[in-house]
Design a protein around this ligand. Structure first.
Ligand code: PLP
Length: 400
């Protein structure tokens, strides 16, 4: 599809041309197994080592602290279940109300005593109306039975950031391991894990211009870890399975590019995001931003257009080749607004009309101006046909 304006980079990103080029030889002549003794395999291992160094450099840790996985979901699952295995006498898990399903659904499974594990007590920490974590509630929830805290770094729907340093310090004081799902944060904001009280961190290649099917888990040196995929000695005995060399090399290259682009991300991408956001707030009727506008990722804006359906907006944007996503649950096919917006108490009428725009370094000013031109008339048209559009007052608006 030519001429697509892709503003859905929190869902997935395009594979950078440099990344495609870097991985190509490993889909062709360099197909050796890095565990082989012969030189043919051995030469491949050097490229895995280089990729590990590049990922470590991006997040600011030692290369041996990086374990390659298949995706962000696997990293999240491995971090939590490994910690439960290592601290089997503790039966309390703390997470937040706004986690991605990769964490949320696992915690809910644990709360039901799933997978033959004991019944876990799960505390989901609330957020305020701007999506900011309730640190006092978090501090109160930590107790001697807490095995692990999993609280995301950046929210995928709103881009709102967590106070990772504060959360991590509180965990340290109580001797509790802290995992953060940083799938949306890595590559978009600078980080130096060596200086932060974070024990484990998840990242995913396809959110930073590498292909799908590759992720990584940072495990701080000295952290107790129990492998979740049992097999060979790969990844320092922490994850069995022959390494996906092309994807690992791709992630390494993407990490190198992301490290180089991080300043551009904060400067150029945030400027485009703000241009889009400010223009839509000005030109579209009853538009509001969901989430704190300062403490968030530079590439994300989540805007509600009250009294219209997000899905309808997306379909009409699609006709112009514009890709975004909506905060009502298109993923489940139900009409429920997202759990993130509900946790923030966004009114029902606004949550239903919420659209997430997530930009990347590949977006241009022309693309943003096209959206600014096209979207406000779409909102006006949809409001005209909305049952709430004319007088703007629904008979009964449910605040959730
Ligand atoms: N965590 C967050 C915050 C995400 O946004 C995503 C993907 O959307 C994931 C985890 C899952 O990552 P993956 O698609 O690599 O499994």
């Amino acid at each position: 599809m030519d001429n697509v304006i892709y503003l859905d980079n929190n869902a997935t990103t395009s594979v950078a041309p440099e990344v495609r080029e870097a991985m190509a030889p490993f889909l062709g002549p360099l197909y050796g197994n890095p565990s082989s003794i012969h030189t043919f395999g051995g030469q491949v291992k050097a490229h895995i080592d280089e990729a590990r160094e590049r990922v470590a450099d991006l997040v600011g840790c030692h290369p041996t602290e990086i374990i390659f996985t298949s995706c962000g979901t696997e990293s999240d699952n491995a971090a939590i279940t490994s910690t439960l295995d290592c601290y089997s006498e503790r039966h309390h898990v703390i997470s937040t109300r706004v986690e991605h399903p990769a964490v949320k659904n696992l915690c809910q499974l644990l709360a039901r005593g799933g997978r033959g594990r004991p019944l876990y007590r799960v505390t989901e920490i609330p957020v305020d109306a701007e999506g900011l974590l309730d640190v006092a509630a978090f501090e109160e929830a930590l107790d001697d039975g807490t095995a692990v805290v999993s609280a995301m770094w950046a929210n995928n729907e709103t881009g709102v950031l967590s106070p990772v340093e504060t959360v991590g310090s509180l965990c340290r004081e109580r001797g509790v391991l802290y995992h953060t799902d940083a799938v949306q944060a890595v590559g978009k904001i600078p980080m130096a894990l060596r200086d932060l009280p974070i024990d484990m961190l998840s990242l995913s290649g396809h959110k930073l211009h590498a292909p799908k099917g590759i992720g990584a888990l940072y495990v701080r040196r000295g952290t107790r870890f129990s492998p979740q995929i049992i097999g060979g000695h790969q990844e320092g005995n922490r994850r069995g399975g022959t390494e996906s060399v092309p994807l690992i090399v791709a992630l390494g290259k993407a990490a190198q590019l992301a490290k180089r682009n991080i300043e551009k991300e904060t400067a150029q991408v945030a400027v485009l995001r703000d241009r889009l956001e400010n223009a839509l707030l000005e030109k579209a009727p009853d538009a509001r931003v969901n989430g704190n506008r300062l403490l968030r990722l530079p590439n994300t804006t989540n805007i509600s257009f009250e009294y219209v359906e997000g899905e309808a907006i997306l379909l009409m944007l699609d006709q112009h080749g514009i890709c975004a996503s909506s905060g009502s649950a298109c993923t489940t096919g139900s009409l429920e607004p997202s759990h993130v917006l509900r946790a923030m108490g966004v009114p029902f009428t606004a949550a239903h009309g919420s659209i997430r725009f997530s930009l990347s370094v590949y977006n241009t000013e022309e693309e943003i101006d096209k959206v600014i031109e096209v979207l406000p008339p779409i909102i006006r048209r949809l409001r005209e046909i909305s049952p709430f559009g004319r007088d703007k007052k629904p008979a009964k608006s449910k605040a959730r």
